[in-house]
Design a protein around this ligand. Sequence first.
Ligand code: AMP
Length: 218
Amino acid sequence: MSRKEVIVLLGPPGAGKGTQAKELSQQYGFAHVSTGDVLREAVKQGTPLGKKAKPIMESGELVPDDLVAGIVSERVLSGGEGVTILDGFPRNLPQAEYLSGAAGDIPLFVINICLDEETVMKRLAGRRYCPNCGKIYNIFFSPPRQEGICDVCGSELAQRKDDREEVVAERLRVYRQQTQPVEDFYKGQGNYFEVDGAQEPEQVSKQMSTVIEQIQAN
Ligand code: AMP
């Protein structure tokens, strides 16, 4: 498919949007833009955008709309043909309205990966990573053999600042208040699909592929 299209991935933090977006970009050759990844990279590089975003991201709040809209405009809406998976945007109604206006004739499809809050909390607050080799663990679902120590390289495991329980609770509150209305915004517009994010990643992928095939048949 060469025409320009945008597939928006919705879903709470921890629903697996990033994992699924990577899978789809490998399987179908789609471009993948994650606003969270772009912001994290900006923080790492210490750019002006990163300096503004860092304290906001660490508190679990949303970065101002104009900053993220700039990322979407540059990396998703400009440029040539092909499908882009947009992961992490829109997060509130003004962003959804911006996207509809700025996309113009570019068709938008929305896939919502649904997941309950209890599972979100376990997936995120339980997540640990190895700062040395990058391996990811979860203290509830896939713990290391020895508590707090990487199985692969023996380094001490760490937790992302925005995965701390109180920050996850705040991210969930922000999701409930600001992002859930975005689901209703799209539900009324057609081109909206839902996938059950509580399944194993392979099952979620299968359901995603079925949706993509429906979209491509359009
Ligand atoms: P994510 O990796 O998508 O969970 O994003 C991590 C953090 O980046 C969020 O908690 C927000 O602080 C910020 N962020 C990512 N996308 C957006 C967005 N569309 N609007 C505002 N803030 C965002």
